[in-house]
Design a protein around this ligand. Structure first.
Ligand code: NAG
Ligand code: NAG
Ligand code: NAG
Ligand code: NAG
Length: 366
């Protein structure tokens, strides 16, 4: 007990906290494994990048979350302090005291881990750290998650060498031309990673599965995930967490058919009936798909902001309890990948669940 108090006091100092704000852990991962993470910079020339110097980016960042048998790490800050400050300045979020026990550089399991799922964050924030509660939940259940962050776009990233990089402001106002160019950049990055993954796993000497990849993302990253599934044969299934769709998947052309299972997770009433890009998307899909919505949520509840809101914010958020939404999000994302990557049927994909009465399967195919 004494040792524990001492540890959190040291952490409070490390976090530079005023004495009355106590460190607060984010929800523990739900699965049987502890969670390790490693962060890598990946060389990749990406042209026509509206955010990069000279409009060409030369690298992106990948954070790999994976199951481990190592003990959880000591509590450490859940997001970079610079990022917490940006969300405090714009939306009065109070998240600098949140901590995670994800263990950096943990050892790999002595057996295969996976399937592997590529994750893409929202447009200009939050970066993948701001969905890490979900990403850790997946890793704790044996999945490997590769979370990709695009430099100069994400509001703040810290490279593995400690260098911080500021990108677009979190309340950036975009033009249509900008957003389509950036979408193409994101899709190229995901498709590149899907192709590069087997080589990277060999280089890391990691026991990670390199077949049966999944893709998912939130908002802008959810849209990019659908296009990545369209472009890459390596990706077998994709989830869009509540994003309007900008790419070829919503062009309503014959070649917009992904022909693979897809899931549209949504705030209440977000459906092909209310979002024209979703109507265009489903019009061409011949594969299995579902539109599943959650009562009491708004768009921002699909990132970890649903948990952040517990400590106050001036940003309008859904009425749903943040801890409960964290559980619902993990349950439905896991159920989809269990069914479509692991081949384990999940009733959550087909029937109302007594456990989650606020969830509705509103539109479906197959
Ligand atoms: C870079 O991208 C921006 C935003 O799309 C654009 O306004 C600018 O003209 C581009 N610059 C070059 C050199 O292509
Ligand atoms: C840190 O890594 C980034 C990404 O590779 C690189 O751009 C930057 O120059 C590095 N910083 C230092 C100080 O080496
Ligand atoms: C949504 O949640 C609210 C508040 O709990 C409840 O009053 C309402 O009946 C729910 N709506 C549906 C359609 O389930
Ligand atoms: C965030 O915390 C600060 C300091 O405790 C407090 O002054 C502020 O009101 C909080 N913001 C919100 C939106 O609750």
């Amino acid at each position: 007990m004494k040792a524990k108090f001492h540890q959190s006091a040291v952490l409070a100092l490390l976090l530079g906290l005023v004495s009355q704000v106590r460190p607060e852990p984010v929800p523990e991962p739900i699965g049987p494994y502890n969670v390790g993470a490693r962060r890598l910079v990946i060389d990749f020339v990406n042209p026509d990048d509206p955010t990069a110097p000279n409009n060409i980016s030369t690298e992106y960042m990948a954070t790999i979350y994976y199951p481990t048998e190592d003990a959880p790490g000591a509590p450490s800050p859940y997001v970079e302090p610079e990022l917490a400050q940006m969300y405090a300045d714009v939306y009065d979020f109070n998240i600098s005291h949140l901590t995670t026990t994800v263990r950096w550089h943990a050892s790999f399991l002595p057996k295969p881990a996976g399937p592997t799922i590529i994750f893409s964050p929202g447009g200009w924030g939050p970066p993948t750290d701001g969905s890490s509660i979900l990403l850790a939940d997946l890793a704790s259940q044996g999945y490997v998650v590769a979370a990709l962050d695009h430099p100069y776009e994400q509001p703040f990233l810290r490279y593995p060498n400690g260098t911080g990089l500021a990108g677009l402001p979190i309340n950036f106002q975009y033009t249509e031309e900008f957003v389509y160019a950036l979408h193409a950049v994101r899709v190229r990055e995901m498709v590149h990673f899907a192709g590069y993954w087997p080589e990277l796993v060999r280089r890391m000497c990691a026991p990670f599965e390199t077949k049966r990849l999944g893709a998912f993302g939130i908002s802008f990253g959810g849209s990019a995930s659908l296009d990545a599934a369209l472009e890459s044969d390596a990706i077998g299934a994709a989830i869009n967490l509540d994003g309007s769709i900008f790419g070829r998947a919503a062009a309503n052309e014959p070649d917009s058919d992904i022909k693979k299972p897809t899931l549209l997770l949504a705030f209440w009433n977000h459906s092909p009936s209310t979002d024209g890009s979703w109507a265009d998307f489903v019009a061409r899909q011949s594969g299995w798909w579902r539109n599943i919505m959650v009562n009491g949520t708004v768009h921002a509840d699909w990132s970890d902001m649903t948990f952040w809101k517990i400590w106050g914010t001036s940003r309008p958020m859904g009425t749903i309890d943040g801890r409960r939404m964290v559980q619902i999000r993990s349950a439905y994302v896991t159920a989809f990948f269990d069914e479509h990557l692991r081949g384990e049927d999940s009733p959550l994909m087909d029937e109302p669940a007594a456990e989650w009465p606020e969830v509705l399967i509103s539109h479906r195919h197959l």
